[in-house]
Design a protein around this ligand. Structure first.
Ligand code: GRG
Length: 304
């Protein structure tokens, strides 16, 4: 068995556990009512995502011995923001996608107005989960830091900025630096926030470790996006849950369109190496980083 297969098989078991954990928790906080928006919210969250952002929160928490109850609200909040962003991203006014995760996108299953409302309500639910004393057991100072971290990462200087830059760049040539800036915000900010939410939920993490974890987050965020662009060219539509080649069809600048496939693969490998270098330093400082190493490799080797 190759290193790739062995690593992926072992790590997929951990991912399954994190996925089950977050999905069970999400069921406890999603609305139970029968109105259309509530149903659309449940549909958008329960349609089979990989849950890699919650996994990052759990992995960081585990590294520092933090109880799962302290991590669940943070893990849920980031997944709720991610799901809202996908619902809105699929709308006709944005990316206009009929399918998400292999199933009709939210506005196709329901209707546009309901999908907009469901996205809005998923976003507010994320902040409710973080701020509600009955739901989030961390102390008030940590709650405030979590709300601030998530708001900044998802707002007009974070993911929304990334989406704005993406819309502005449609059918235009943009340079590699602009593309990196776009994805640092659109994809990278939530990945980084996942790590920082795990850090906030955990006690006694020194500044050097925080800096290294943030550097690691920057590299895996970029790696995730480069791999996404590579998969759009070499992936298989059934596995991806969306039509392969959609970026090219939509005339998007991607790492592959700007660098070519082979160079994009090299760039992905470089980001993986940078991420692994951060982990080496963390390991030398006495931290157990195996799962972070595995998730970085998972981002590199993923097929969906
Ligand atoms: C609408 C404000 C707003 C933002 C949308 C994240 C985003 C911004 C759009 C998603 C479009 C996209 C395909 C981005 C590329 C990388 C990415 C975030 C892929 C989807 O994330 P996964 O692979 O999805 O973690 P699953 O389905 O596993 O949850």
């Amino acid at each position: 068995m190759t290193y790739k297969n062995k690593t992926m098989d072992n790590f997929k078991e951990s991912l399954k556990y994190y996925k089950k954990t977050i999905e069970e928790y999400l069921l406890t906080i999603l609305p139970k009512s029968n109105d259309k928006t509530a149903q659309a919210m449940c549909y958008a969250v329960s349609n089979g995502g990989k849950r890699i952002r919650p996994a990052l929160v759990y992995i960081i928490g585990e590294m520092f011995g933090t109880a799962i109850e302290k991590l669940n609200p943070a893990a849920a909040s980031i997944e709720l923001i991610h799901c809202y962003s996908l619902v809105h991203d699929d709308l006709p006014a944005m990316d206009d996608d009929d399918f998400r995760r292999g199933k009709p996108s939210c506005h196709k299953q329901f209707d546009e107005a309901t999908a907009i409302l469901a996205g809005d309500a998923l976003q507010t639910l994320a902040f409710e989960v973080l701020s509600e004393p009955n739901l989030n057991p961390v102390d008030d100072s940590a709650k405030t830091k979590m709300v601030s971290c998530l708001a900044k990462a998802s707002g007009s200087n974070g993911m929304v900025l990334g989406q704005t830059l993406d819309m502005e760049s449609e059918s235009k040539f943009i340079c590699l630096d602009s593309l990196k800036e776009l994805h640092k915000n659109k994809t990278g900010q939530l990945i980084k926030a996942s790590i920082n939410l795990g850090i906030i939920a955990s006690d006694k993490i020194d500044t050097i470790a925080k800096q290294l974890l943030n550097k690691f987050a920057d590299s895996i965020g970029l790696l995730f996006q480069i791999q996404d662009d590579i998969l759009d060219v070499v992936g298989d539509s059934k596995t991806l849950g969306k039509p392969q080649g959609s970026d090219i069809e939509n005339n998007k600048s991607t790492f592959v369109s700007l660098m070519g496939l082979e160079e994009a693969k090299v760039a992905a490998q470089n980001e993986l190496n940078k991420a692994l270098d951060c982990l080496k330093e963390l390991r030398e400082a006495g931290l157990e980083v195996t799962k972070l190493k595995n998730i970085a490799n998972y981002f590199y080797y993923r097929e969906m």
